[in-house]
Design a protein around this ligand. Sequence first.
Ligand SMILES: [Zn+2]
Length: 186
Amino acid sequence: MPGTTSSSNFATYLERNKQFAATDAKQDIPAIPFIPFRQLYIVTCIDPRVEPAAVLGVELGEAIVARNVGGRVTPSVVKDLTWICHLHENKTPDADWFEVAIIHHTDCGSALFADEDLRRSYAARGGYDDRTAADMAVLDPAQTVREDVARLHAAPELQASVGSFRIGGYAYDLKTGLITTVVDPA
Ligand SMILES: [Zn+2]
């Protein structure tokens, strides 16, 4: 029945959460202002097939994970990253932080932004800029991830933080399950 807890797709997760809360795992987390245990900021796609906990084995407290369609470096991603940089520089200046990992993947649904009819009707629906929507398409992950690493390096609001973090770019192949380094963060 719609509206009841038992019919919710989320009900399973409320149960799993009770199991989690009964363990000690919740205590093993970094304190505010939180520096993730692995000093990592991952940007990746919302596609459930690229879930970082499964594909990378990311565990609780290890990394900040930002996800959007395609795992693209959008103004929203830059805004959040700038906040974390700002926090770090003002609250934990002595910490050796951090590294950004941008991951794009094969068979990405964002490739459908390249479908003119679909994209134009989407842009019209939200009053979005058609060119911006077209730029969101990930057709070749190795190419777009390179563009997005460059986009982050060039972001004016992050210029003050240059040198305090590294940026890596990666391509995930859904067929093999393997991730290839496209831009070495070192
Ligand atoms: Zn995707």
